[in-house]
Design a protein around this ligand. Structure first.
Ligand code: BGC
Length: 761
């Protein structure tokens, strides 16, 4: 791998407020546990807006969910991610002149994200109003080797003077969450979620203990500094902040470095977060910062070895791909208390909630590159299975479990049920991810212990939510993935997925019996009659089909609606959800995102290729892609239909979404599902991978503008390398036992390597 491919650099970054907000997201540091937005240590001018935040995955407060009319079962309380203590602040004074990019003269500036080293850097050459020239390099790291550790290294070099240098570093307990009453995609109200309980300084460590208002969770932040030079040090406690101050002397051409260590600890994970933070701070600061940098790099060398998707011939898309895969790593929870929020740990959009995004868009990447991570994500869903059972009861189902549409700790948090709780497909999505986990790993023990219980309980729900009518199994009043069409009968995606899910519930039942792993059947008292019902419902599942158009209508009433004229819709009216009443959208044939097209990707054997093709063209004309989860799926399906140019264009749109802020809301956080979708667009789209009971199937093509691409895949005990260039596609077994694979419909034994001429050039 060429090393420079892993450095994303923004030279001469703009000081425009809107762009700074986006960059706060793009250059955030996270490691799956903690996330810190890339705010300037020294702050911004007073009139500037900034979303200054630090977040912990799965750490939440509760807030009232105001319902104008309190109907039965409506959600009245939601969980929301909490902005915890701010440890980013560092003011620099040079001979008493305060450093600010908005004063004096900025002679050079750049920001980089180094994905090989796992750090961000801000480099500035600045001349103060009185003429002092300094170079400032700020390096930040959210450690992968010690998840609670965040560091800032602040290096100052005096270019043309010797004089006094003063650092004022803050640790602020008085923090609030961001809100915007005009955007349904972020919290609408201002509320202080966290209150300081205790503040102290002890052996040069400042500690702030805070508690959330309603969930009563505790978080402790510990901060310690190291200066490369002797200086006069002071700590002050001021209100709810602790300020650390040091004065020293800098010689011309000398570099003085300040290292600020922060440890975060919370009461979800630790019994005594205070002690834990204290102890970890000891561990963190007994090692040099270089040791932590080395560990970070080692971790990432290993990560890229499995995860990288190399694209040759298009540097911009190649960078976008690396950027996206790095963000997935930064976002994914690495313990049983957390998952992957729609915005990762980069901002407060969607309030830190976990959606189906994880299972359908991100998990495939982890499953194929680091199956242990995928297992962990499933384990989280297993841990909230009891909440899903409770949720099913609230929704009046007497049996089974219904996963919440959006949540942090397990309870449903969607305020608007038509495009929230009504998305019952979440059950099928989670089941699908468990089935895929099994197909890739064949880990039946995990299925017996955890997966099967989830599969059966969610399958029971289909039987309770749906019904037989004239010998067909129907599921009424649900919402599919397309949020511009809500509460409908027989959403094709939902029914097709439920069918697949029920078929697999039967298969797992048989597999567990055949392998004598039946404890789960007793645990949940699953009766043989229920398995018969699963089987019958799957067999008789009604899948909407229109013979005239030879397409699958999105639901029973979809085709009878008026078609929205997208061509005549002014550009500034997108996304439609911000400009039209939901009912107006529901009355039209207009889609926010892939729905039936997505179903055709994940259960492709349910329909003929002709129906899939006709459907693709039908939905393409009425899909706005207002959701970032859409273009990647259209790319995959265009590839399947051999519309390669289109596949490439959809992929390009999708890959650069955050780096180019094309959805205009990157300031609220990255779009993690979209990033996972980019991976899928290459692996499932360009390389044509499908994971079936018969094994891995490939059907690769190479976009015209590229000279090649390559990646690695896990498959049971093996790792397979896939390389596609202008002439051929090559498969080689990097480790593990030989595998049977299918390429362009033909079956091969992969023992060492295979070289197969490229079709469809
Ligand atoms: C999409 C959902 C998605 C959510 C979070 C919405 O805009 O319509 O499918 O789960 O964003 O990413």
């Amino acid at each position: 791998m060429k090393k420079n491919k892993l450095v994303y650099e923004m030279a001469d970054f703009s000081l425009d407020n809107d762009e700074l907000l986006v960059n706060e997201t793009l250059f955030h540091n996270a490691n799956g546990y903690l996330g810190v937005r890339s705010n300037f240590e020294e702050g911004y001018p007073d009139h500037f807006q900034s979303i200054r935040g630090s977040y912990l995955n799965g750490f939440y407060d509760l807030a009232e969910m105001k319902q104008a009319e309190k109907l039965y079962g409506f959600v009245e309380e939601k969980q929301t991610i909490v902005n915890v203590a701010d440890t980013q602040g560092i003011q620099l004074l040079i001979n008493q002149e305060r450093f600010s990019l908005f004063e004096g003269e900025v002679l050079k500036r750049s920001r980089t994200l180094d994905m090989e080293k796992g750090v961000t850097k801000r480099t500035i050459l600045w001349r103060s109003p009185k003429g002092h020239e300094v170079e400032i390099v700020v390096t930040r790291m959210a450690s992968f080797a010690m998840l609670p550790l965040f560091t800032i290294q602040y290096d100052v070099t005096a270019k043309n003077f010797s004089g006094e240098l003063e650092f004022l570093s803050s640790h602020i307990g008085n923090v609030q969450n961001y809100f915007n009453p005009d955007d349904p995609r972020v919290a609408a109200e201002s509320f202080r979620h966290i209150h300081v309980e205790r503040m102290e300084t002890k052996d040069e460590v400042s500690l702030i203990t805070s508690r959330t208002s309603a969930s009563q969770l505790q978080v402790v932040t510990a901060v310690k500094h190291r200066l490369s030079k002797m200086g006069e040090i002071n700590h002050h406690i001021q209100g709810e902040s602790i300020e650390w101050e040091v004065k020293t002397f800098i010689e011309e051409n000398e570099t003085v470095s300040l290292i600020k260590y922060t440890i975060f600890a919370d009461s979800i994970r630790e019994e005594n977060p205070y002690e834990h933070a204290w102890q970890l701070m000891g561990e963190a600061t007994t090692k040099s910062i270089e040791t932590w940098y080395q560990r970070q790099e080692q971790f990432l060398t290993n990560y890229w070895d499995h995860a990288s998707v190399e694209i040759d011939g298009d540097d911009e898309l190649s960078m976008a791909m690396y950027y996206n895969l790095y963000q997935l790593l930064q976002s994914a929870g690495k313990d049983q208390y957390s998952n992957i929020a729609a915005k990762g740990l980069s901002g407060e959009g969607y309030e830190g909630h976990y959606f189906w995004d994880t299972e359908m868009y991100i998990q495939p990447f982890f499953l194929l590159t680091q199956p242990e991570m995928a297992k962990n994500l499933i384990q989280y869903r297993y841990n909230i299975l009891d909440s899903a059972r409770e949720h099913a009861r609230i929704m009046c189902h007497t049996k089974g479990a219904l996963y919440p549409w959006r949540t942090i700790s397990g309870k449903e948090c969607s305020g608007y049920y038509p495009s929230g709780s009504a998305q019952y497909h979440i059950n099928g999505d989670i089941a699908y991810s468990v089935i895929n986990y099994y197909l890739v790993t064949k880990d039946l023990d995990f299925i017996a212990k955890y997966g099967a219980e989830m599969i059966f309980e969610t399958a029971r729900l289909w039987l309770d939510a749906g019904h037989f009518y004239q010998d067909q199994f129907m599921i009424h009043d649900v919402t599919g993935p397309d949020e511009y069409t809500c509460v409908v009968n027989n959403n094709y995606y939902t029914n097709a997925l439920a069918q697949y899910h029920l078929q697999w519930a039967v298969k797992f039942y048989q597999l567990l019996q055949a392998n004598d792993q039946t404890a789960v059947l007793e645990k949940i008292q699953l009766l043989p009659q229920e398995i018969e019902e699963f089987s019958k419902a799957a067999e008789q599942m009604y899948l909407p089909y229109d013979s005239e158009l030879d397409i699958n209508p999105q639901d029973d009433s979809f085709l009878s609606k008026r078609v929205w004229d997208l061509e005549k819709t002014p550009k500034d009216q997108f996304p439609l959800l911000l400009h039209y009443h939901p009912l107006h959208l529901y009355r039209h044939q207009v889609c926010k995102q892939a729905d039936t097209v997505l179903a055709h990707f994940i259960v492709e054997d349910a329909q003929s290729l002709r129906t899939i093709e006709n459907s693709f063209h039908y939905y393409e004309k009425i899909t706005t892609h207002d959701s970032s989860l859409s273009t990647c799926i259209f790319s995959i399906m265009a590839a399947k239909l051999k519309e390669y140019k289109k596949a490439y264009d959809y992929f390009g749109e999708s890959a650069k979404l955050d780096l180019f802020n094309t959805h205009k809301n990157t300031k609220d956080g990255i779009h993690t599902a979209n990033m996972g979708g980019n991976y899928m667009a290459i692996v499932y789209g360009f390389a044509g991978l499908r994971i079936k009971e018969t094994g891995y199937h490939f059907s690769p093509f190479l976009p015209e503008k590229w000279t090649g691409y390559k990646f690695k895949l896990h498959y049971e005990d093996s790792v397979i390398r896939v390389k596609v260039d202008r002439q051929s596609c090559q498969f080689s077994l990097e480790k593990g036992s030989r595998k049977n694979i299918h390429v362009y419909g033909k079956s091969y034994q992969l023992e060492d390597s295979l070289d197969i001429p490229l079709e469809g050039k």
